[in-house]
Ligand binder design. Structure first.
Ligand code: CTP
Ligand code: ZN
Length: 156
């Protein structure tokens, strides 16, 4: 009997490949990307084998390059992700996501008593205490946030 060939995810012509996403976080990445309803062609692979990580997710978006704000958010839930810009089937640019030292205005503080949850005009702000696994501390109330807390804020 012929052994079936391994199924590879189809290459894209133009767009962005977000590779080396933490396993099982592809849907969080989709949540972060502001994709117009039913327009972009999106390919998702979850829990695929990788040489660098045990398992990873991949998200490919046809015809779209990412905004820097989106890349910053992806860094919070998939610190190993690589962003590949594809033009005419070739990798035109390759970069890694990177966490900055402060995260401003993206996340909600999980502490209900935090000033940022009191209907005051105070923006959220977190210090990055650790990059891997991502650990944050609220600038206002010192509440710590771990990756699971962050992940739960980006669910479809
Ligand atoms: N890719 C794609 N369409 C293309 C070209 C590449 O979907 N036209 C995808 C590949 O499948 C891969 C990613 O983009 O998931 C990065 O491609 P490449 O740099 O060729 O792969 P690697 O060398 O394995 O990347 P890395 O070194 O980042 O692991
Ligand atoms: Zn707080």
């Amino acid at each position: 009997m012929k052994t079936p060939k391994e199924l590879k995810v189809k290459p894209i012509r133009n767009g962005t490949v977000i590779d080396h996403i933490t396993a099982n976080r592809a849907l969080n990445v989709l949540k972060i990307l502001d994709l117009p309803n039913g327009e972009a062609a999106v390919t998702i692979a979850m829990n695929v084998k990788s040489s660098q990580m045990e398992k990873k997710d991949i998200v490919k978006i046809e015809g779209r390059e990412l905004k820097s704000k989106e890349v910053d958010k992806i860094a919070l839930i998939a610190p190993q992700a690589t962003i590949n810009i594809v033009r005419d089937y070739e990798i035109a640019e390759k970069g890694k996501v990177e966490l900055t030292n402060k995260v401003k205005g993206i996340l909600k503080c999980p502490n209900p008593n935090c000033i940022t949850n009191a209907n005051e005009p105070v923006k959220t702000q977190f210090y990055v205490m650790e990059k891997e696994p991502v650990t944050l501390r609220c600038y206002h109330c010192e509440r710590m946030m771990v990756e699971e807390d962050i992940e739960s804020q980006f669910r479809l």
